[in-house]
Design a protein around this ligand. Structure first.
Ligand code: NAD
Ligand code: UDX
Length: 441
């Protein structure tokens, strides 16, 4: 089939590459010429395991192209997947300017039947706005009766496992009220649906709400565990044992129960805010979700609260090693990363920071810019030099069993604040390392 992916970011690029892998002919369009240049020169603008191989293979096979040429991109696909950004507005609601701009650019050019697929995470009612924008443009051209359908097909991939998630989805949600569009969507997803039927076809509004509901539920689990971790610490319990204890109940399950430094990334924070906003605007305030967000804001500061408890509020003259800058492992994405809050809270109290991340050093230097109080170092051990303590913010594999002797001998005094509960507190004690995790009373 002929497919266009509009927006070559995490969602658009992965969708385009994975659909090409199944034999479709895919054009990926982006308004960012730099991104398209990198892709056309054989590079990948993001760190995403497995993506480079899929992209290279399909470019070589002539099934995957990258362009900034909107005319070509819109003409090419029968299915146009829109995966542009929906960042938060000042009031927390999703900013739909890129989605609507993409819809208009389609309406200005399409000449035959198209299925416009909303893959971006968008509030209930957005498909209607997309339809209105396209219709207005078609009407302006005097071809208002051109047939098309707008479908909601939210994406559930996780960064760091995006290709794997796209290739083996738990479910594919198709919100559609157009029979031909539904059949085309079923066809394009059929290769991902072979072992069991994972397709759920529903009305557009339910599909739009499903995406927010999923992210909000996962964020709720995390904030619940983070609050419980504070309690565990106070009453002398270990949140990791509690996690195992409740996760073994099949009704609860083990996933997304890890207490830590708060959820970050480009989805949970903005999607929770947007759903809270939609609910408030609809006169149905979501009190649980409001608390989820508040708990997360507090949680991003918990690690530094522990530093202050140990070293005092004035951190002038202190230096801290920070391991992990990406919002989670296996990505270089630093959007809403807890590390940014940790660095900000430490430096605003006068401390300096030496930070290391296995893949997001370039992104960190772009995001943080040049500054005297933060140095980005090339190796984990280098961050320890002259530092008063080590803070672990992201649970990269290479931090799981580090050289504890080196930590002990390089830090000024062996103090570790572990925001991801990577180590056994008893082992740390026997090694003579002062160790503070999250919720390990
Ligand atoms: P991103 O910022 O990585 O990519 C968006 C891309 O769209 C950018 O490259 C931008 O230049 C491009 N763009 C903007 N306007 C355009 C236009 N009119 N035409 C062509 N290209 C245009 O964003 P992302 O992380 O891929 O997220 C995209 C959407 O998918 C968001 O709504 C997000 O909530 C949702 N989502 C993201 C993830 C994730 O893990 N990142 C997962 C599921 C859903
Ligand atoms: C999320 C959703 O999982 C995905 O389905 C959706 O499509 C996009 O948003 P992503 O943001 O890539 O994916 O990462 P995810 O693995 O969900 O982690 C989000 C944040 O929650 C990270 O900061 C992570 O560290 C944190 N987290 C996750 C926890 O603190 N504890 C957990 O148990 C799990």
């Amino acid at each position: 089939m002929k497919v266009t992916a509009i927006g070559a970011g995490y969602v658009g690029l992965v969708t385009g590459a994975c659909l090409a892998e199944m034999g479709n002919h895919v054009v990926c369009l982006d308004v960012n010429p730099e991104k398209i240049r990198i892709l056309n020169e054989g590079g990948i603008p993001i760190h995403e395991p497995g993506l480079e191989e899929v992209v290279k293979r399909n470019v070589a096979a002539g099934r995957l192209q990258f362009t900034t040429d909107v005319d070509h991109a819109v003409q090419h696909g029968t299915l146009l997947f829109v995966g542009v950004g929906t960042p938060p507005d000042e009031d927390g609601s999703a900013d739909l300017q890129y989605v609507v701009a993409a819809a208009r650019s389609i309406g200005r050019r399409m000449t035959d039947y198209k299925v416009i697929v909303d893959k971006s995470t968008v509030p209930v009612g957005t498909a209607d706005k997309v339809r209105a924008a396209i219709q207005e443009e078609l009407d302006k051209r005097g071809i208002g009766d051109t047939p098309y359908a707008v479908v909601s097909n939210p994406e559930f991939l996780k960064e760091g496992a995006a290709v794997e998630d796209f290739m083996k989805p738990d479910r594919v949600i198709i919100g559609s009220d157009d029979e031909q569009a539904t059949l085309l969507m079923r066809a394009i997803y059929s290769p991902f649906n072979r072992t069991q039927d994972r397709m759920l076809v529903m009305d557009v509004r339910s599909a739009e709400l499903t995406k927010y509901a999923a992210n909000a539920m996962l964020a709720t689990r995390i904030s619940f565990m983070n609050e419980l971790a504070l309690l565990a610490e106070r009453v002398g319990a270990d949140i990791d044992l509690v996690r195992r204890g409740i996760g073994s109940d099949t009704r609860i399950g083990y996933q997304f129960l890890y207490a830590g430094t708060g959820y970050g990334g480009s989805c949970f924070p903005k999607d929770v805010k947007a759903l809270v906003r939609t609910a408030a605007d609809s006169g149905i305030p979501l009190k649980v979700l409001t608390a989820v967000e508040e708990a997360n804001e507090r949680q991003k500061r918990v690690l530094v609260d522990k530093v202050v408890e140990r070293f005092g509020a004035d951190l002038k003259g202190r230096r801290f090693a920070v391991w992990g800058l990406a919002f989670k492992p296996n990505t270089d994405d630093m959007r809403e990363a807890p590390s940014l809050v940790v660095i900000d809270e430490l430096t605003k109290r006068g401390a300096t920071v030496a930070a290391y991340d296995p893949v997001s050093m370039a992104e960190a230097s772009r995001v943080l810019g040049p500054r005297d109080d933060v140095s980005l170092v090339e190796r984990a051990e280098a961050a320890l030099q002259g530092a008063d303590a080590l803070l672990i913010v992201t649970e990269w594999k290479e931090f799981r069993t580090p050289d504890f002797d080196a930590i002990k001998s390089t830090l000024k005094a062996p103090v570790v604040f572990d925001g991801r509960n990577l180590y056994d507190p008893k082992l740390m004690k026997t090694l003579g390392i002062e160790y503070r995790g999250i919720g390990r009373g």
